[in-house]
Each structure stands twice: as C-alpha cells, then as structure tokens.
Design a binder for this molecule. Structure first.
Ligand code: HEM
Ligand code: HEM
Length: 171
C-alpha cells in the first residue's frame, strides 16, 4: 500500500484514504446496480393486478443514482493528479485507458437510460450497462494489480501538474 509521502512514485499513487474511497464508492455503485437488476428480473411479486416490482427495487434505484453521482465525483478527483501524471509517466496506460472507456460507457448508457424513449434502444442500453457494470470489478482489479507492479519512472515528479504537499491529503 502506498503512502502520501512516497516521492519515488511521482505523485501517481493514491493516498491510502483516497484509494479506499475509490473501492468503497465503486462497491456501492456495484452492489446497488446488481441488487436492482436482481430484484427487477427475479424478485417481482404476483399481485391482484398482475406482477408488481419488489418494494426494495425503488430503494436500490435511489441508492444507485446517488452512488453513481459519487462515482462521477471520484472520477473527477482522479483527473486532478492520478490520471495526468500516470499518463505523462507512461505508466499503466493500457488498463487505465480501458477502465476509463468502461466508465465512459457506463456514464453514457446511464444517461441514455434516463432519457431514451425508444423501447428497443432502452432494452439494449439496459443490458449492456448491466453486463459492463458486472465486469467492472475485474477490470479494476487488473488495473490495480498491473499498476502496482509497473516500475515507477526514474524521472523526478512532473511539476507541470502541481503537487499537494499536505501529508495525508488527496493527490
Ligand atoms: C478510470 C479511472 C481510474 C481509476 C478508478 C483508477 C484507480 C486506481 C487505483 C484504485 C489504483 C491503486 C492505488 C494506487 O496504486 O495508487 C491505481 C493505480 C494506478 N493507476 Fe489508476 N485509475 C484510473 C485511471 C488510470 C489511468 C487512465 C492511468 C494511466 C494513464 C492510471 C495509472 C495508474 C498507475 C500507474 C497506477 C499504479 C500507481 C502506483 O502505485 O504506483 N490509472 N489506479
Ligand atoms: C460509473 C458507474 C455507473 C454509473 C455512472 C451508472 C449510472 C446509471 C444511471 C444514471 C442509471 C439510470 C438510473 C435510472 O433509470 O433511474 C443506471 C441504471 C442502472 N445501472 Fe448503473 N451506473 C454505473 C455502474 C453500474 C454498475 C457497476 C452496475 C451493475 C453491477 C449497474 C447497473 C445498473 C442497472 C441494473 C440499472 C437499471 C437499468 C434499467 O433501468 O433498465 N450500473 N446506472
């Protein structure tokens, strides 16, 4: 695990707190999305007037909307140091780009799920959003594993991206 005072990692490594925040927010978005899908597809109830949604479904939808917004803030926080510095240092670019593309896909399809009125398009968005979402933890694990194994570049920190020196703060 990295610490906020490791200059040899060139300010790319996240502080311990920031790293945990990434895992917690992504776990929330994942659990709420997966639970919503499960309730929606497998836990509908037979009622007097046909099938009706499980009462927890609406809560999972709300939780997913809220945690998805947190995930957007999280992504923005990675654009402050982590992504630009790693990009300049040419470290872990391949899995980083792939991860970013998956996020972009989830954001795009999530947005379309709000506003698309076309039934066929909506069904496609719904399933592709779900499958990409379910695969997300695998790609995160791959990214973290590869990232922690790639050697840090020997050059000093890239000073064109400003550096926070507060111990324990976000980078
Ligand atoms: C899409 C959003 C991204 C997320 C959620 C993400 C998340 C993470 C996390 C949680 C770690 C492990 C913590 C750490 O080692 O500091 C990590 C490591 C790393 N990531 Fe990312 N990352 C993203 C995008 C990128 C991109 C686009 C790049 C490259 C241009 C990149 C390069 C790296 C590198 C080099 C490491 C290893 C850092 C080290 O420990 O030395 N990441 N990433
Ligand atoms: C950055 C990550 C994500 C963002 C920004 C995001 C965003 C969204 C948004 C905006 C919606 C539409 C909400 C609504 O209609 O009320 C949605 C729906 C949904 N999301 Fe996500 N999501 C993300 C990740 C995930 C993950 C990881 C999963 C699954 C494990 C998932 C599963 C679902 C499901 C099942 C729906 C309902 C689809 C439907 O209405 O048919 N999402 N998401």
């Amino acid at each position: 695990m990295s610490s906020a005072t490791e200059p040899e990692r060139n300010g790319i490594s996240l502080s311990r707190r920031h790293e945990w925040l990434v895992y917690v927010i992504l776990a929330l978005v994942f659990i709420s999305g997966a639970a919503w899908a499960w309730l929606h597809h497998f836990a509908r109830r037979a009622g007097e007037f046909g099938e009706s949604p499980h009462p927890a479904e609406l809560w999972m939808q709300r939780a997913h909307g809220a945690s998805a917004m947190l995930a957007l803030i999280l992504l923005g926080s990675l654009f402050v140091y982590h992504i630009p510095r790693a990009w300049r240092a040419r470290r872990n670019r391949r899995t980083g780009t792939l991860l970013f593309a998956l996020f972009a896909f989830l954001i795009g399809t999530g947005y379309a799920l709000y506003y698309s009125g076309n039934e066929r398009l909506r069904a496609w968005m719904s399933w592709s959003h779900l499958w990409v979402g379910i695969a997300l933890p695998l790609f995160i694990a791959l990214h973290v594993w590869r990232g922690k194994r790639t050697p840090s570049s020997p050059e000093p920190a890239d000073e064109s991206v400003p550096r926070i020196t507060v111990k324990g703060g976000f980078r």
